[in-house]
Design a protein around this ligand. Structure first.
Ligand SMILES: Nc1ncnc2c1ncn2[C@@H]1O[C@H](COP(=O)(O)OP(=O)(O)OP(=O)(O)O)[C@@H](O)[C@H]1O
Length: 203
């Protein structure tokens, strides 16, 4: 199984081109780091690869077919800002179970307390919310996980716990991982290959 960006170009409205003729591919079981300076379009590319925004030109393919228009997307994006990824009008337990129902073992491993499931998103810290977003993205149909600065806002111990869970899931289920980060040391530690967006982009 392979996630591919073919000749992706993107601009926000009439602004200058942000991404031009990007080609990249992530294979099943591969862990790829996407690095590059701030503002170069890493998050935008991650949103294109997971189907949240459509490229101005080019295609995103999973095993040669476009991403599904509806239903559970096999490419799951974990945003840098969990508060933007959760519906403020849904209790956390309902948001968590949108795509699948994580078991108690995973919730405990993620440090998610049962009592939090009945709370609203504004009643938890950013780090606590991010644990929900990670758990939600690890559904059984996930084939590719895109982690956009997933752990930046977490303390060092929680960062390590969450990366440990994610890397175990990636390994056990042979998912592909694309980790967007400013932190080259982190990319070198967790990834099998590193792509620099500055080199990939033809703007
Ligand atoms: N919704 C939007 N509308 C217009 N411009 C946007 C939008 N989102 C991002 N941009 C602009 O696109 C550019 C790329 O943003 P993006 O977040 O993709 O970069 P990034 O490489 O992930 O940055 P960082 O490393 O700082 O998170 C920035 O100049 C940003 O201001």
């Amino acid at each position: 199984m392979r996630l591919e960006a073919q000749q992706i170009s993107f601009r926000y409205g009439k602004a200058a081109w942000l991404l031009k003729d990007i080609n990249l591919s992530v294979a099943q079981g591969e862990r790829v780091g996407l690095v590059g300076p701030s503002g170069y379009g890493k998050s935008t590319l991650a949103q294109i690869l997971s189907g949240y925004i459509r490229p101005t030109r080019g295609k995103v393919l999973i095993d040669g077919s476009p991403l599904p228009d509806s239903g559970y997307c096999p490419v799951q994006l974990i945003y840098q800002h969990p508060e933007k990824a959760l519906n403020p009008r849904r209790k956390l337990g309902d948001s968590l179970r949108e795509g699948w129902a994580p078991d108690d073992q995973l919730l405990a491993a993620m440090g998610i307390e049962r009592e939090w499931l009945g709370r609203w998103p504004n009643e938890l810290s950013g780090g606590e919310l991010q644990r929900f977003c990670v758990a939600r993205a690890l559904g059984p149909q996930t084939r590719f996980l895109l982690a956009d600065e997933m752990s930046t806002m977490l303390d060092v111990i929680t960062q390590a716990q969450i990366w440990d869970i994610v890397l175990k899931a990636v390994e056990e289920r042979q998912m592909g991982l694309l980790a967007v980060t400013h932190n080259r040391a982190l990319a070198e530690r967790v990834c099998t290959r590193i792509i620099d967006l500055e080199e990939l982009n033809n703007c």
